[in-house]
Design a protein around this ligand. Structure first.
Ligand SMILES: Nc1ncnc2c1ncn2[C@@H]1O[C@H](COP(=O)(O)OP(=O)(O)OP(=O)(O)O)[C@@H](O)[C@H]1O
Length: 283
């Protein structure tokens, strides 16, 4: 394991923000921390990055080297009045690096930023600032990366481009990556492992796929003429155009698809619909 969190506890005054949190992330894995506003995600990430001291518990980072972990909490801390090149150059120097111009251009290219923009980063879009923040977090080659709500404020295209960058960092550079969000869709498309945090407590953890399926109580089936199905009359179903949202458990799905195909209704997509109340319920 690259990153192991054991029994972390943290209180601010009478407020218990983290209650014995345990978590692990291995090289090449993307682990998601899903929780509502105020659940304790940022506090957890600040403790892992060494920015806040826990009351008790441990963070073990297995990597050697100057910087075992890098990350962005809340939002990328940038010098707004400098351009991307000068930002990177300054952060390199503050981290003891002496980069050549080529090193800096390579770093910008690694995160998909243009190398020919010379205007200050205050003009950059949120997605570009996130990318520059990631380039800075990756200086000195940490083995683990922490990203706190990296998708917030990004448009769908920006989300999908950033998702690709994060997946590349995990797959090609074998980084252990921890990402927080309060939106399950943002995490389900990228994470292998999920931790659900509620009021400072991890209430569910496991493979992202398993957690999604265990907390799915209905599926949306798309097919031309799905409204004409006789088989669906035996189920609790809501229609929206050519989509039928059917209350079925995961293991009933193959049987239903079979019944529909016998009626010559051929499914073009079958999407699990998460039950958010169930997801955030104590097990
Ligand atoms: N320095 C602090 N002093 C006092 N209370 C704090 C401090 N930092 C965080 N808290 C409180 O701890 C709780 C958890 O905050 P935290 O920022 O960790 O949650 P979060 O899950 O990241 O929320 P969000 O999704 O809104 O960013 C909140 O009630 C917050 O007000």
């Amino acid at each position: 394991m690259m990153l192991v969190v054991t029994d972390l506890c943290k209180s601010y005054g009478k407020l218990q923000v983290l209650k014995s949190v345990n978590m692990q992330c291995k090289a090449g894995d993307i682990c998601g921390v899903l929780g509502a506003n105020g659940a304790g995600k940022t506090t957890l990430f600040k403790i892992i990055l060494g920015l806040v001291k826990p009351d008790s518990g441990r963070v073990n980072l297995k990597a050697q080297g100057i910087k075992p972990i890098g990350g962005i909490v809340e939002k990328p801390a940038l010098y707004d009045y400098l351009n991307a090149y000068d930002n990177l150059n300054l952060f390199c120097k503050s981290q003891g690096l002496k980069p050549t111009a080529t090193d800096i251009y390579n770093r910008l290219q690694q995160v998909g930023l243009p190398i020919d923009r010379t205007d200050p980063v205050r003009n950059y879009s949120m997605g570009m600032k996130q990318r520059l923040g990631i380039a800075i977090a990756l200086l000195n080659n940490p083995k683990s990366l922490i990203l706190d709500e990296p998708f917030s404020g990004l448009d769908p295209l920006g989300i999908s481009a950033l998702r690709k960058l994060i997946i590349d960092l995990a797959e090609k550079q074998h980084l252990a990556i921890l990402i927080s969000s309060h939106i399950i869709d943002e995490l389900s498309k990228i994470c292998n492992t999920l931790y659900v945090i509620k009021e400072g407590e991890i209430i569910k953890s496991g493979s992202a796929q398993d957690i999604i399926l265990e907390n799915t109580t209905s599926f949306s089936f798309s097919a031309p003429n799905i409204k004409l199905s006789e088989a669906l009359k035996c189920y609790d179903v809501k229609f929206k155009g050519e989509i039928a949202q059917v209350s079925v458990s995961t293991n009933q799905v193959p049987k239903l698809i079979q019944e529909l195909s016998e009626e010559k209704i051929f499914i073009t997509s079958c999407v699990p619909e998460l039950d958010m109340d169930k997801l955030f319920q104590y097990p």
